[in-house]
Design a protein around this ligand. Structure first.
Ligand SMILES: NC(=O)c1ccc[n+]([C@@H]2O[C@H](COP(=O)([O-])OP(=O)(O)OC[C@H]3O[C@@H](n4cnc5c(N)ncnc54)[C@H](O)[C@@H]3O)[C@@H](O)[C@H]2O)c1
Length: 454
């Protein structure tokens, strides 16, 4: 069983080509090998009894992932809409306890850990309440809706010694782990620029989700949905398309930037929010009374590199991260990781000596060749080769991320994506939105714990 899981997760080196001139051999810097062992099958005493708070699209997706984790049992679910409580029972494949009041889940002695898969404006409150009564928490991304909430969530997890794991699953992906190895090997040289983008071109991608025909104040607890958000009359559009509205969500940064930020922070070893951010964008196409832009483009400043990040809901293009270094380029496009070295062998100057007299040109080239004998014709060396890695077709990083959470719950080892990690990526999202809506440069102050306009 165990070896079967290891095999499933092995990387496949799917392509390698030599790039250097006059290549005589190929140097494989990156050996395909398993990066992560699966969890040990849990004995019955190690069972984690799990409950989902919020059982919409992501709540049901995560329940399915949890069912694939050894030693995990789904015992209860909470949602504000009747139809989703029915869906939760269907996904759990048994008649679990269901409620519209998350406190009834937190009161239960048979719940060890909870999933918080509500809209963003509820993450902090439910996570903090769960920590206070001794539950571990898998909280969906973006962890927070405001800067203050991010710090309150760190306090809650630390003061009550609870595992809090944020749900950006690429943090547990074997593709990203391989990319981190390449980054840390120095093969990229000095990385001064990172680019990331993810674009969609359909109504679902733009959050124009259908409203179920039975949606009403009888089937939905609207007041509970609003929580601390401003009071409004019942509005099923706000309930089902909450990502479009700032009272409940963080728009494209909170929906999609956060995944790319999580991956970049992991690969580049970033442990703080960016220092500055500036954003441009607008509502160009989806003019349906939404507040969140359908295109946002942000430039973040990190120590040593600039990060350009874009999401556009008006054209389709897969998620792509590109790290540009002085020795090579590394790209993750969907599930495929490619490393392409650049030829950094010294070359004689050609361009600027075009304006020299022939005698000086000839002397320069002769001198250069004397100083660089190893690069005389016929003596070229292969520097290294381009390589491509791809996860196996059935690989599911969501399951790996859930397994990592369950391992932390059992062993009390810190989570791979804890509340501090979640704070750093969430604040980057808050900065992107701050810069966009305030039309300013957003500057992060770690000591002041706030974003300021500049
Ligand atoms: N990690 C990922 O890949 C991923 C993917 C999608 C969504 N998400 C995140 O998951 C969260 C939920 O997104 P979704 O797409 O499932 O939204 P959704 O609208 O499909 O589901 C949210 C559910 O939360 C319920 N809810 C709202 N307030 C609640 C409360 N106080 N108590 C209990 N239930 C409450 C609603 O009734 C709704 O059914 C968001 O934070 C989102 O960013 C993560």
């Amino acid at each position: 069983m165990e070896s079967d899981r290891m095999n499933r997760r092995q990387f496949m080196g799917v392509g390698a080509k030599v790039t250097a001139l006059g290549a005589v051999s190929r140097t494989t810097l990156l050996l395909p090998r398993p990066l992560q062992a699966g969890p040990n099958p849990a004995p019955p005493s190690d069972r984690v009894r799990f409950a989902s708070i919020g059982t919409g699209v992501e709540g049901c997706t995560i329940m399915q992932a949890a069912l694939q984790c050894p030693g995990t049992e789904i015992v209860a679910a909470c949602d504000l809409y009747d139809g989703r409580l029915t869906a939760a029972r269907e996904y759990a494949k048994k008649d679990i306890f269901t409620t519209k009041d998350y406190r009834a889940i937190l009161d239960r002695k048979d719940v060890d850990a909870v999933l918080v898969a509500t809209p963003d404006h509820w993450h902090a409150r439910i996570t903090s309440d769960a920590c206070a009564v001794g539950k571990d928490v898998y909280c969906e991304k973006p962890m927070s809706h405001t800067v203050d909430q991010a710090f309150a969530m760190i306090d809650a997890s630390q003061n009550h010694q609870r595992i809090v794991q944020v749900g950006s699953q690429c943090r547990s992906s074997i593709v990203y782990a391989q990319a981190k190895q390449i980054f840390e090997s120095g093969a990229l040289g000095q990385v001064t620029m990172v680019e990331a983008s993810l674009d969609r071109n359909d109504a679902s991608g733009a959050w124009v989700y259908p409203i179920p025909p039975d949606a009403s104040e009888q089937t939905i607890d609207w007041n509970q949905f609003l929580g601390n958000a401003p009071k409004r009359p019942f509005d099923p559009v706000r309930f089902f398309r909450w990502r479009c509205f700032r009272d409940y969500g963080e728009g494209l940064p909170g929906d999609l930037f956060v995944h790319m930020l999580t991956g970049i922070h992991y690969i580049a070893g970033i442990t703080a929010p960016p220092s500055r951010a500036t954003s441009m964008g607008g509502i160009f196409r989806w003019t349906d009374n939404r507040e969140a832009p359908d295109l946002i483009w942000t430039l973040f400043e990190y120590p040593g590199f600039c990060l350009s990040m874009r999401c556009n809901l008006n054209n389709e293009s897969p998620e792509t991260l590109r790290f540009s270094g002085t020795k090579g380029t590394m790209e993750i496009k969907a599930d495929v990781l490619t490393f392409v070295p650049q030829n950094t062998e010294p070359q004689p100057e050609g361009y600027s000596i075009l304006g020299w007299p022939e005698k000086l040109r000839t002397e320069y080239l002769q001198q250069w060749q004397q100083q660089h004998p190893a690069t005389l014709p016929g003596q070229y060396k292969v520097i290294q080769s381009a390589e491509t890695f791809e996860a196996p077709a059935n690989y599911d990083y969501q399951v790996d991320h859930m397994n990592n959470f369950m391992e932390s719950v059992r062993t009390r080892r810190p989570s791979v994506e804890d509340a501090v990690y979640g704070k750093n990526t969430s604040i980057a999202c808050h900065m992107a939105n701050y810069a966009y809506f305030q039309k300013c440069l957003a500057v992060w102050s770690e000591t002041g714990r706030n974003i300021q306009a500049a």
